[in-house]
Design a protein. Structure first.
Length: 517
């Protein structure tokens, strides 16, 4: 079944600088349910190698095309900053042998002359949404961008509930073996790329572009100054409260504003601070329940358990308002997420579109209440941010993305442990005290692209949709909405808005082009 994704490859030519020790993967999105064939254009410059990667919207999230074994076998792996293992579905896995198969391909270990088991039955990874994969750890040749990493350690999913392998690029101390195996870590992909001389420091930057774009990129070992606007600011990554170690990209989420053409509502207090994980392996953004309730109130969103999603009028996608998320305190970076980036298509199992009682088309909101899960900033947020993940220094760089940027200006990390290039450190972070209290490997919050139920949302919507920020917009829902907010909404005014969404693992994967120096 690997042709399902691989046939959907799309790539564009990029003018890449001759910077060395950086791995650049332009992502190309496919907006059709059925993947279409596009011609791949590759540009080679001194010391670089390009590779096509793909995206199929029906699978959700972003994936990279890689090879494993000798001779090389082609696979597609989901790029995931929230986990740390690279694992491949086994050809013998029941799911891969089913009629639907494994969309990203499966690995035939018996066909590889360099395959070597190093941890029999020790691979066991479970994600917080209940999905997982078990099998053995092995070493083999791993290829990406035409370059090879010899004796690279991976997991082999011999029994899996996930139909595509995952390329975890988080902290090495969070590989599954630490939690469910022998308790030891190993050299995972970011560190292996350093050891192989492909990059200077275990760090990478992510640019997903807007929801309708045809291109984005992930760049290992450097930043691309042409992909963001304003100042790149670095903020601290916080440790786990259980271990005291940094095990995930947990940052301090410190403010949220809702802005319309008529004004702004502040949805958090001046001292607000909560731990939040920046996770490319999550489609949606999961906010604390009380803050999510305020966002739903602002947008007139309805949590419809019959449909299985938090819904808004599709017309909201043309709204000019935005949510402004702040990190690292009052002097830290802020990211404006246009409301249009938060409105996702929703289709009934019958093929139709859900509707409100007044006939308006219903779409899914790209924000959920986190409930018992960690606060996760997924792709509905990340598309609006340029994010640099610096594992060596436990720092994250944030800047406002430059949607539809066409140029490229790559600056590599100069050496092992070098600071994020051209970034300033946000001041006042010593006043913030947060730590990650949640456990488990993040995965969840996938967009429910296929809705259940009868297709009628229990509410009505105005034709235009909108925010209630500073009384500037009409409400969407049939319930009454307080439109007197002149600046700040107190969370205690609304209480907790319970979320009972139905998650359906329908993934949307992205594509890239790799440039290796």
């Amino acid at each position: 079944m690997k042709t399902t994704i691989l046939s959907g490859l799309a790539a564009t030519g990029y003018l890449i600088s001759s910077a060395t020790a950086a791995v650049h993967l332009p992502i190309v999105k496919n907006h059709h349910v059925q993947a279409e064939q596009l011609q791949a254009a590759q540009l080679r410059r001194r010391g670089t190698v390009t590779e096509s990667l793909g995206n199929a919207q029906q699978f959700g999230l972003y994936y990279a095309n890689v090879t494993a074994g000798t001779p090389a076998q082609d696979l597609s792996l989901q790029i995931d900053t929230g986990s740390s293992d690279v694992w491949l579905p086994s050809l013998t896995a029941r799911l891969c042998r089913s009629r639907s198969g494994c969309e990203g391909g499966s690995f035939d270990s018996t066909a590889s002359s360099t395959f070597q088991v190093v941890g029999q039955d020790e691979f066991n990874i479970s994600y917080v949404d209940g999905s997982g994969s078990v099998g053995s750890y092995f070493t083999d040749t791993f290829g990406i961008g035409g370059k090879k990493i010899q004796n690279f350690e991976m997991g082999l999913g011999e029994n899996t509930t996930i139909s595509i392998g995952i390329m975890g690029i988080g902290y090495a101390n969070s590989v599954a073996n630490v939690f469910t195996g022998t308790g030891t870590s190993y050299v995972n992909l970011p560190l292996a790329m350093v050891n192989a001389g492909l990059i200077n420091s275990p760090a990478y930057s992510l640019w997903l572009d807007d929801i309708n774009s045809s291109a984005g990129s992930i760049l290992f070992g450097g930043i691309d100054t042409a992909k963001y606007t304003g100042q790149l600011q670095s903020i601290r990554v916080y440790p786990s409260s259980q271990s005291g170690n940094v095990t995930s990209f947990t940052v301090a989420f410190t403010s949220l504003h809702a802005t319309s053409s008529s004004g702004t509502d502040l949805l958090t207090s001046s001292t607000y601070a909560q731990p939040a994980i920046l996770d490319s392996g999550t489609t949606l953004t999961l906010l604390p329940d009380d803050i999510a309730a305020l966002v739903f109130q602002e947008l007139g969103a309805i949590d419809d358990t019959a449909i299985g999603a938090v819904v808004v009028p599709c017309a909201l996608g043309s709204n000019s308002g935005y949510l402004k998320f702040g990190f690292g305190g009052a002097s830290g970076p802020t990211i404006n997420v246009p409301i249009s980036e938060l409105v996702l298509p929703l289709t009934l199992t019958s093929g139709g579109t859900p509707k409100f009682q007044n006939g308006a088309d219903a779409c899914q909101l790209g924000i959920q209440a986190a409930g018992n899960l960690p606060i996760l900033f997924g792709d509905t947020f990340l598309r609006s941010a340029y994010v640099v993940y610096d594992l060596a220094n436990n720092q994250v760089g944030l800047a406002q993305t430059d949607f539809n940027a066409t140029g490229s200006s790559i600056v590599e990390f100069a050496s092992m442990g070098a600071a994020i290039p051209q970034a300033t450190t946000a001041s006042g972070q010593d006043q913030i005290g947060v730590s990650q209290t949640k456990t488990g490997i993040p995965r969840g919050g996938e967009a429910t692209q296929t809705a259940v139920g009868g297709g009628v949302v229990q509410g009505s919507a105005t034709p235009s949709g909108g925010l209630t920020a500073a009384s500037g917009f009409a409400t969407n829902a049939d319930k009454s909405v307080d439109k007197s907010a002149g600046g700040r909404l107190e969370p205690s005014r609304w209480g907790v808005f319970p979320f009972l969404g139905v998650w359906m693992c329908i993934l949307m994967f992205g594509g890239c082009m790799m440039i290796l120096a």
